[in-house]
Design a binder for this molecule. Structure first.
Ligand code: ATP
Length: 311
């Protein structure tokens, strides 16, 4: 597998606190890599190191198979980024704003129109940016990031603060960029649902540690189902189930059974009835990715990830 970005034991320490702790990111070429973690987990610090905005305390960033620090100027020429709020001049319109960056990057004049088209802002290109909505400002930020025709686009929480329509627009834009232009995108978020809808790879960071990294399907596959029963005489019911060889646990006053086939379920219910255990409710419960993510983050360790995913 070809990786556009690979970090080797990347670490950033502030006053002995690990903001980023020994992480090995692997971002495959042509992927949308969702970098997921709760606020304060270390996403922005990692991204800042990837872009050379801050220096790692330890470890290394490899980009396009080259050490970042020794090839910084060349490598940054292939990267576009939107980190925190995009900087623009409110009293200028989108074309004028883009022109400022275009001159700095020394790219052809036509590029301004192309990127406006790409992010869907052509219709508002003559409007002063201070009159833009937050979503439009974010799209302008992405347009600026795209000016240099990057091979890698790094977006730090691009949907933060947007309304559902704005979020949807940014999401389609990201998907389109990968499909049409074949670029690689690293996009961070603290919302799993968002990453789930656009990323094909996911890295989960919690308290500075990368606690999961793989294709998003791997995470999804582990979202196995369970059956939840509300019964009387909970402890008695648990013993009856165990005696039948059905592993169960008690959670929130419910009996929880992992994937169990219909025959086994039927005989379990029959046993409950024979034992005078009332069965009030039976529910099929599919663990959502959000449940898994929260489990993983709450437990926050590599061994625990497996545990949480297998639960
Ligand atoms: N310049 C700094 N000095 C001291 N501590 C810092 C500094 N920058 C970040 N931190 C700490 O590092 C940790 C990770 O912060 P970071 O901003 O990378 O998290 P994040 O995942 O991007 O969260 P958010 O989405 O809230 O920005 C936090 O505990 C933060 O307080």
């Amino acid at each position: 597998m070809e990786y556009i970005v690979e970090t080797i034991r990347l670490t950033k320490t502030y006053k002995q606190e690990h903001a980023v702790d020994n992480i090995q990111l692997q971002i495959p070429k042509g992927s949308i890599y969702g970098f997921l973690g709760p606020n304060g987990a270390g996403k922005t610090t990692t991204i800042r190191m990837l872009l050379g905005l801050i220096k790692p305390t330890y470890g290394e960033v490899m980009m396009f198979n080259k050490p970042f620090l020794k090839n910084r100027v060349e490598l940054l020429g292939k990267v576009g980024s939107l980190v925190e709020n995009p900087s623009y001049y409110g009293h200028l319109n989108a074309v004028e704003n883009l022109e400022v960056y275009r001159t700095l990057l020394e790219v052809p004049k036509e590029r301004v129109k192309e990127v406006l088209e790409l992010v869907g802002l052509t219709y508002a290109m003559k409007k002063k940016v201070k009159q833009y909505s937050l979503g439009m400002k974010q799209r302008l930020g992405i347009a600026i990031a795209l000016l240099g025709d990057p091979e890698l686009l790094i977006l730090d929480e691009p949907t933060n603060g947007l309304d559902p329509q704005g979020i949807q627009e940014i999401r389609s834009l990201i998907n389109e960029l990968v499909k049409k232009r074949g670029i690689t995108i690293l996009v961070s978020s603290h919302l799993l649902a968002e990453i789930d809808q656009m990323a094909d790879y996911v890295g989960i960071i919690s308290k500075g540690k990368l606690i999961f990294q793989d294709r998003i399907e791997v995470l999804r596959k582990r979202a196995t189902g369970e059956v939840r029963l509300r019964v009387g005489q909970m402890e008695h019911a648990r013993k009856v189930a165990l005696a039948q060889g059905v592993p169960v646990r008690i959670d929130q006053e419910q009996l929880v059974i992992e994937e169990v086939d219909d025959t086994k379920m039927a005989s379990l219910i029959t046993s409950f009835i024979r034992n005078d255990i009332p069965v009030y409710r039976i529910q099929d419960h599919h663990k959502s990715l959000e449940d898994i993510f929260l489990d993983v983050v709450r437990k926050g360790g590599v061994r625990d990830v497996q545990e949480a995913l297998n639960q």
